[in-house]
Design a protein around this ligand. Structure first.
Ligand SMILES: [Mn+2]
Length: 438
């Protein structure tokens, strides 16, 4: 399991000599009596282990004196009876061999092990915001009981996520390949939803389109949607996080679908907007072409060395000019930008990091510097590009644009000289969409 052991080695090299890092996976969560939500591992734990079972903890011990660095897994023991009901579990021995840990033990032995591991350690790294204080107190109390024998507890507690988050921000070849595949599956799902609408037309429900998406995700092996799909028709498209998906779609409506699958732990995140009857009206088309131009302007601002926020600023400038040209706003472009008046119709950012989490970890600004400047793009960073326009009915807004909501979203990985598009397979231009739906 090469990528995982490489990542552990890189993280170990960043830890203080003599320190210990601990990261557990996610808990199982009850949905109601005797049933649980589908299990999803913790992203950072999985990033470092490739191990997807619940009740597991990774301990990384940095080199100390003559002792080499060690990666140790704590996991569930084999349990023949439970395995009849719930399926195979590795157990420590098979997990150690399969995932390349230096050692593996039953998770029940964690406390006892940690007391020994933390004795005279220089620091403990753990995800500080995730609770776990009671557990850490047990370990520290255990070490203090040994104090008369000359042992001491680590004098320093450090937050682990900043180190792992910054590793996760840069996608390696293994991750890029999975994300490209996830993107391709999601593109197929969007095309499938468009085709279904083209065949059935107005009168279908939003959830029928959602069903097409889910069918396409699953039949290609994606484990689940990366987030709850948004299938928003007509005025629902102006509700940014709408996901009831239960409206009957009317003739003349646009349908905004924001949906992507999660494949082998990696998210995709795509939005397409199309007319349910297969033909854009003049007003819909005018706004659609504007959002498409804004996305192109954002793409043009993505390459190594550019600021992360340049893509957003470029998209906003195009959108604001378009709002003036179409009569949604009045005045001078520079005033609209300075006063952020475009926010009446465009109130969100133009993207986010994407990876194991759909809104992935990693800093957007250099927080170490006083003025917190936008981070510069570097090869391997993966992000979404998703401008939109949402016109709620309001005085002074031409009525022909009321209740039109449009977003166009794709996923990219920054590469030398530009970027790699991960989601090129979903129809996007007016001509492509209308041709597919015919
Ligand atoms: Mn997104």
């Amino acid at each position: 399991m090469k990528p995982y052991s490489d990542r552990r080695a890189r993280l170990l090299a960043m830890l203080e000599p003599g320190s210990v890092a601990v990261i557990g996976t996610a808990p199982e969560v009850a949905r109601n009596a005797d049933t649980e939500y589908p299990y999803r591992h913790d992203s950072s734990f999985y990033y470092l282990t490739g191990f997807a079972e619940p009740e597991a903890v990774l301990v990384l011990a940095a080199a100390r004196g003559a002792s080499p660095a060690q990666a140790i897994l704590f996991c569930r023991e084999k349990h023949p009876e439970s395995e009849i009901w719930d399926g195979y579990r590795y157990g420590p021995d098979a997990a150690r061999a399969a995932f390349g840990f230096d050692a593996a033990y039953p998770v029940g032995a964690l406390d006892e092990h940690m007391v020994r591991q933390l004795s005279n350690a220089s620091a403990l790294y753990a995800p500080l915001a995730r609770g776990g204080e009671a557990q850490q107190r047990r370990w520290f109390d255990g070490v203090r009981k040994l104090a008369r024998g000359g042992t001491s507890a680590p004098p320093v507690l450090r937050d682990l996520p900043p180190l792992v988050d910054d590793m996760r921000l840069f996608k390696d070849d293994h991750e890029s390949a999975v994300m490209l595949r996830a993107g391709a599956i999601s593109c197929g799902a969007h095309a499938r939803a468009m085709r279904f609408a083209g065949q059935h037309g107005a009168g279908i429900h939003e959830y029928e389109l959602e069903a097409e998406l889910l069918h396409e995700f699953r039949r290609h092996g994606a484990q689940y949607p990366a987030y709850t799909p948004i299938v928003a028709s007509g005025p629902n498209a102006c509700v940014l996080h709408y996901n009831a998906n239960n409206r009957r779609i009317q003739d003349g409506d646009l349908v905004l679908i924001d949906a992507g699958c999660e494949l082998d732990g990696y998210a995709s995140d795509i939005t397409r907007t199309f007319p349910v009857n297969g033909r854009f009206s003049a007003a819909q088309r005018a706004l659609y072409e504007l959002v498409l131009a804004a996305q192109q302007a954002a793409f043009d601002a993505i390459r190594p060395g550019r600021k992360y926020h340049d893509a957003h600023d470029a998209a906003v400038r195009v959108l604001a000019q378009g709002m003036l040209d179409l009569g949604l706003l009045q005045g001078a472009l520079e005033d609209v930008l300075a006063e952020k008046r475009y926010a009446q119709f465009y109130m969100h950012g133009t993207g986010h990091w994407i990876g194991m989490d759909v809104h992935d970890v990693g800093l957007y600004r250099d927080t170490a510097r006083e003025d917190k400047p936008s981070r510069l793009l570097q090869p391997g960073m993966a992000m979404t590009v998703e401008p939109g326009i949402y016109v709620r009915p309001a005085g002074g807004v031409p009525e022909k644009y009321w209740n039109i909501g449009i977003r166009i979203e794709d996923d990219v990985i920054v590469r030398e000289g530009g970027f790699q598009l991960l989601t090129g397979g979903a129809p996007k231009t007016v001509a492509e969409i209308e041709a597919l739906m015919k």
